[in-house]
Design a protein around this ligand. Structure first.
Ligand code: 2P0
Length: 334
């Protein structure tokens, strides 16, 4: 199934209609998976092999402004820098926009502003494509429900389907070939004391995309066959932990899910590791602090940066050990 067919199924008579506004903008948060998406059953539609579960980081994310520019080309600015049309990043965005317009028209100026490092394993493509989808919905006045917007965002980047929502989100795996049952669903439970600490160790762009890394893992890792069962188990425990407000169960499950995902990558061939020495150092610090009685856990995505999980009453303690930590309270009203 092609992306354009899915877009037609969702937009129906709205597909390729003229824009309703000349300009629109939207915001979407980054999301951190507590149970990871790692492996696709469909490369074209970004359909996953398993469900996944995340938390959106309310005030950390991307704002996208879309303007019809009347020019012959699209222009993309990221944090005020004009991005080359030939870059992989631009091509991905332009291909995505082309799904919704005739022969590349109208052309857009896209002004993307993020308050997170791009491509350093902080889910910048997730919030970027989610914000773009929400801006398109406004520009074309589609007024689509969020499950449909989540499917469209997934066509840009898999994990973007979770950034359509705040709070806890489950991306259900789905079974259909066109992916109409594979989108993010908001889990209504809140956890006001939950904190996520971002430890930025490197701002360098990764040299292997998560797209390639996950495909290589599925194709070559002897450990990958254990992954779907691990996800089923972890999802169940995570949801239970949220219902019971059991922080240690949530933290343990998220950390174990991340280390298992990275073990599948390390056992791929050629091996994949996103860790740098600072990553391992932070992990050891977390383990040491936990031995000393602090309720702190970590997770790591397709980059070297570590995300700490802890609760509000330990903020001071965490700051003492991780001076550079950027603390986010996902459920804080802002
Ligand atoms: C996640 N990651 O669940 C996992 C954990 C990285 C590690 O989703 O190819 O950029 O666009 O569907 O969404 C990053 O992968 O990949 C990701 P595509 P995406 O957050």
């Amino acid at each position: 199934v092609k992306k354009s067919e899915v877009v037609r199924l969702i937009l129906k008579e709205r597909w390729r209609a003229a824009p309703y506004h000349l300009q629109a903008n939207a915001y979407a948060p980054i999301n951190i998976a507590l149970c990871k998406y790692w492996g696709k059953r469909d490369q074209e539609l970004n359909l996953p092999l398993t469900s996944s579960f995340s938390i959106s980081l309310n005030n950390h994310g991307a704002t996208t402004e879309l303007k019809i520019n009347g020019k012959e080309n699209d222009e993309i600015f990221v944090n005020d820098i004009l991005i080359s049309e030939d870059s992989v990043f631009s091509k991905r965005l332009i291909d995505f926009l082309d799904l919704f317009r005739h022969d590349h028209f109208p052309r857009f100026t896209m002004i993307i502003k993020t308050n997170i490092p791009i491509a350093a394993g902080l889910a910048s493509s997730a919030c970027g494509f989610a914000a773009m989808t929400l801006a398109l919905d406004k520009l074309f006045n589609w007024q689509l429900p969020k499950d449909k917007l989540s499917i469209l965002a997934r066509l840009g980047s898999g994990s973007a389907c979770r950034s359509i929502w705040d709070g806890f989100v489950e991306w259900q795996v789905g079974v259909s070939a066109d992916g109409m049952d594979s989108y993010g669903i908001a889990i209504p439970n809140k956890w006001p004391d939950l904190c996520v600490g971002l430890l930025i160790m490197s701002l360098q762009e990764k040299n292997l995309s998560s797209r390639e890394a996950m495909q290589r893992t599925v194709m070559t890792s002897p450990l990958y066959q254990a992954w779907p069962n691990k996800v089923t188990h972890d999802l169940f425990i995570l949801k239970q932990a949220i219902c019971d407000n059991d922080f240690n169960s949530l933290g343990k499950t998220a950390e174990s899910n991340a280390t298992t995902m990275h073990a599948t990558m390390l056992s791929a061939w050629p091996p994949v590791s996103y860790a740098i020495p600072e990553t391992l150092h932070a992990m050891h610090t977390v383990w040491k602090l936990r031995d000393q009685g602090l309720a702190i856990y970590f997770t790591q995505d397709a980059g070297p940066n570590i995300k700490l999980l802890f609760q509000k009453n330990d903020i001071q303690n965490v700051r003492e050990h991780f001076a550079a930590v950027d603390i986010v309270e996902p459920f804080l009203e802002i």
